[in-house]
Design a protein around this ligand. Structure first.
Ligand SMILES: Cc1ncc(COP(=O)(O)O)c(C=O)c1O
Length: 393
């Protein structure tokens, strides 16, 4: 075969460690082993039947041809109203670009903002695709490490130093956060905004978990003074409406940036299928009752998980306020996240993600996805804690 591009062959280079546990768990399940999967951020429910009915009606009604590349006018209007309402920041359809999911939005945002070779910052631990997404846009990913004792929140002084040192063009943040579950407080977001303004950087704010807030409130940094003109916000129907497979999300940004993003979409995705856009609009028009219904199991299971953890003192949860995960500190066992996860899978067929899969800052931790039913979660966490205790002796 002739040579592939450096861009594509280096997408995953220097990437995360520990995904072997996940792949091994998948293989065990395929071989018939009864594995409890606490790995992937996907609901244990499907898309609501009324959304599927609407999708079907739209497709049968003929919305199966090429669709509007930036999104249909009515979907852009619906998203703009939702974003205005939730963030308090005036948002019009011209600020909205519909994308095939949040992931495509993250890629398009870096393509739109970074020239080849530019440094693009992100915070560690990170959602596993981040470095590859930045490399796909021919930019250079640089991670700011964070510490468990700071609940994995970025330290603004270290962030400013790193941004200055690297001459970074963009900063990608994610709140509520995957994998840590932390929701960035106002003070952190204000400090980040100040750094972006002072250093003339763009902020890419990944808010795909904005409906999963268990404590406090979600603040969208685009609404902070001076930030609307230098922020691209990524949203998605995946987590809020259990529509992961429908691949539909959006980018919010200044209208000139959105025009450029439409040119990019014209040469790449050519838009999102019309029946999926119609279904997304229908789902958004159900308002918060449906979003709350989709989020409710995670809220309940988080409370249940904290209850199990409160009954012992070997494993501790990183204080978190949102998202469908808990990050557990297992450093008292002396094992790495990877070694613990491998051993737990072998001994008890429980699959969790080693913290190292999300970058070195996650070492000595595990990410647990709250995506199995309550009883299975309670049993799995009880076993996990007992297993940790055995390894302390
Ligand atoms: C932090 C974060 N951003 C973006 C995504 C991408 O989501 P989607 O492309 O399904 O919208 C995910 C998915 O797990 C995520 O956890």
């Amino acid at each position: 075969m002739a040579q592939l591009s450096n861009r594509i062959t280096t997408l995953n280079s220097g990437g995360s460690d520990g995904w072997e546990v996940f792949y091994r768990a998948q293989k065990m399940a395929a071989d018939g082993v009864d594995v409890t999967h606490l790995t992937i951020g996907e609901h244990d429910i499907g898309t609501a039947p009324q959304i599927l009915d609407f999708m079907h009606k739209s497709a049968r009604g003929g919305h199966t041809g090429y669709a509007a590349v930036p999104g249909t006018n009515s979907l852009r209007q619906t998203i703009a109203s939702r974003v205005s309402h939730r963030s308090g920041q005036d948002t019009r359809p011209a600020h909205v670009m519909v994308t095939p999911g949040g992931q495509a939005g993250l890629f398009a945002a870096h393509m739109a903002l970074c020239n080849p070779g530019d440094t693009a910052l992100h915070i560690e631990p990170y959602y596993a695709t981040y470095p590859g997404t930045i490399r796909a846009a021919s930019a250079k990913p640089v991670a700011l490490p964070t510490r468990a004792r700071d609940a994995f929140l970025p330290d603004p002084i270290r962030l400013r130093d790193l941004a200055t040192e690297t001459g970074a063009r963009t900063l990608l943040i994610n709140s509520p956060n995957n994998p840590t579950g932390t929701v960035y407080p106002r003070a952190t977001l204000e400090a980040i905004a100040e750094i972006c303004i002072d250093l003339d950087m763009w902020l890419i704010s990944d808010e795909v978990y904005d409906t999963q807030i268990w404590e406090g409130e979600h603040l969208s940094p685009r609404a902070l003074p001076g930030m609307a003109e230098r922020t691209l916000t990524i949203g998605s129907m995946s987590k809020s409406h259990a529509m992961t497979g429908s691949r539909i999300g959006w980018i919010i940004g200044p209208d000139e940036a959105v025009s450029a993003l439409i040119d990019l979409a014209t040469t790449t995705t050519y838009g999102v299928p019309g029946f999926l856009q119609d279904a997304a609009e229908f789902a958004l028009n159900q308002g918060t009752p449906l979003e709350d219904e989709v989020a409710a199991p995670f809220r309940r299971r988080r409370a249940l998980a904290l209850e199990v953890l409160a009954g012992q003192d070997t494993v501790t949860a990183i204080p978190s306020q949102g998202a469908m995960y808990l990050m557990l500190d297992i450093r008292k066992t002396g094992l790495s996240g990877r070694a613990f996860a491998e051993a737990l899978l072998d001994a008890h067929h429980i699959a969790v993600m080693p913290g190292e899969s999300f970058g070195p800052s996650g070492a000595g931790h595990l990410r647990v996805a709250l995506t199995v039913d309550d009883d299975a979660l309670r049993d799995a966490l009880t076993i996990l804690c007992a297993f940790a205790k055995e390894h302390c002796q």
